[in-house]
Design a protein around this ligand. Structure first.
Ligand code: SF4
Length: 148
């Protein structure tokens, strides 16, 4: 059966990271041969590449992605993109997110308080959070590779 796999676009070699680079992962892609890959990059769609980096911060409003340069919230466009992505693509069998990303990390994103003290390094990024909320099996790329 061909699986529908939503996957961080940077893992496919898209140069959509905050610094304009990619996270091309050929060995991971070999494991997905025969699957239908549906790439996503909420940050590139919302802010372009390159762009200022952001971090997940626990605020009074809950977890927010804040721009490291300006301190402004970047959460809303990312959450909107995530909802639209899953609504557009229907049933997804597997979500593979780039580990440690504040958008795509599944169990590996870093969460800080306002003083930038690390609260957790096993948080979900904002796009991964939406996948989890929809009960889509979700895994960090690093872990997926390690488990195969
Ligand atoms: S980790 Fe996610 S948001 Fe960051 S570049 Fe890759 S796809 Fe885009």
């Amino acid at each position: 059966m061909v699986r529908k796999v939503a996957i961080s676009a940077c893992l496919l070699g898209e140069r959509c990271r905050y610094d304009g680079a990619d996270n091309y992962a050929p060995s991971l892609l070999n494991m997905l041969e025969g699957d239908e890959l549906i790439p996503f990059c909420p940050e590139d769609a919302a802010f372009g590449s390159p762009r200022p980096a952001m971090d997940l911060i626990e605020t009074q409003r809950g977890v927010e992605a804040l721009c490291n340069e300006s301190g402004e919230s970047r959460s809303e466009p990312i959450r909107r993109y995530a909802k639209a992505f899953f609504e557009q693509h229907g049933q997804i069998d597997l979500f593979i997110g780039k580990d440690r990303s504040p958008s795509c990390g599944v169990c590996s994103a870093r969460l800080y308080d306002k003083e930038k003290t690390l609260l957790s390094d096993t948080a979900a990024g904002l796009m991964a959070e939406e996948a989890i909320a929809r009960n889509i099996p979700a895994v960090d790329a690093e872990k997926f590779e390690g488990n195969q």
